[in-house]
Design a protein around this ligand. Structure first.
Ligand code: KG4
Ligand code: ZN
Length: 335
């Protein structure tokens, strides 16, 4: 088989990233995380596009230098085409198109959610079919994966994503954005059984996280009204209890799906898969159901370009190329 060297580019939200993948092996994975949004408590789309514009060329150059590759050695450019923020996607897609035109390379438009799933295939052979729990800042899905290119969404959130529940909950507790890692840290010193938060009623494999965020709001209002220092004294317990309920909601549906679909392996991916308690509880399922559990390295969990390059590699092998006239999109559909 001839050598395939793929440049992956990711710019769907607030991370500008580039990676080089050679015959399925990651040679470089560079991410510039935008810090400008922290002061606003969430991603500001216009600022994100501008930061992508300044970061994208240096990030690509760093990835090429780290991999000791020149543009002339590339076989294709894979780029996140959607879903994501329109202005942010446009920056990555247009840079990718420019490189393809300049170097006469095929363009590979990648679905961001399929890329999160492709992260599970980095540096390992995966036994299929795999049931995958995809938990990010924008999406929460259970996906049944039969080949690296063929997958079906069998459950998804009706409202907020799990990452949003972490981020919005953290905001209510006065923690910085993005709040997931802060809740994770504080929860380590707290009692997960200190307080109870409700789960929402949903169709069997679907999720709902807007209710838990609202119940946290009322819970905090009630306790702070009678004790203004409530959060100062109980922050770890609130974080641990809130996190426990989000994880229970995720795993309850996921376990039901394992029992129904009987996969050979299970995978956890997306930014929330960086959560230490979720990782630990997910691995318990390995013994419980006697199946292989896969969780990517931390650098491949949150948004990164290695996963885009990996998804692009699978498409490259199938000659699944994208027109240079292609536009970014916001539909979720996969496969
Ligand atoms: O996949 P990702 O990087 O971006 C999207 O595609 O959305 O996910 C970002 C999300 C944020 O909501 C962030 O708070 C969450 O992942 N996250 C975590 C942790 N690290 C990142 N949530 C809980 N615990 C963590 N350790
Ligand atoms: Zn993502």
């Amino acid at each position: 088989m001839s050598l395939s060297t793929i440049l992956g580019i990711e710019s769907s939200c607030d991370d500008t990233a580039a990676a080089i993948l050679c015959n399925g092996k990651i040679l470089a994975n560079i991410t510039a995380t935008q810090t400008v949004h922290a002061q606003y408590g969430g991603v500001v789309p216009e600022l994100a596009s501008r930061a992508h514009q300044s970061n994208i060329i240096p990030v690509i150059e760093m990835a090429l230098a780290k991999a000791h590759i020149t543009m002339d050695e590339l076989s294709a450019v894979a780029v996140t085409q959607g879903p994501g923020l329109m202005g942010s996607l446009l920056v990555g897609l247009n840079v990718a198109k420019g490189l393809c035109i300049a170097k006469d390379l095929p363009l590979i438009g990648v679905n961001h959610l399929q890329a999160h799933i492709a992260a599970l295939f980095i540096d390992r052979d995966v036994s299929l079919p795999m049931l995958c729990l995809l938990v990010s800042g924008g999406h929460t899905q259970i996906v049944y994966v039969t080949t690296p290119m063929t997958m079906e969404i069998i459950g998804s959130t009706c409202d907020d994503a799990a990452g949003e529940a972490f981020d919005k909950g953290a905001k209510l507790m006065g923690l910085p954005y993005p709040g997931g890692p802060f809740i994770d840290q504080h929860a380590k010193n707290g009692n997960p059984l200190a307080f109870g938060f409700p789960d929402s009623q949903t169709k069997e494999f679907d999720f709902s996280f807007s209710g838990i965020k609202t119940s946290l709001l009322y819970f905090l209002q009630k306790h702070i009204a009678s004790d203004p220092l409530f959060l100062e004294t109980h922050l770890p317990d609130v974080c641990a209890s809130y996190q426990r309920q989000i994880i229970m909601s995720l795993l309850k549906r996921f376990e039901k799906a394992i029992q129904r679909f009987k996969p050979v392996s299970i995978g956890l991916t997306g930014g929330v898969s960086a959560n230490s308690e979720l990782r630990q509880k997910f691995l318990v399922l390995e013994q419980k159901y006697a199946i292989t559990a896969i969780i990517p390295e931390l650098e491949f969990c949150t948004d990164n370009a290695a996963m885009v390059a990996m998804a692009g590699y699978h498409q490259y092998l199938n000659r699944d190329f994208t027109s240079l006239c292609a536009l970014p999109y916001n539909r979720v559909k996969q496969s």
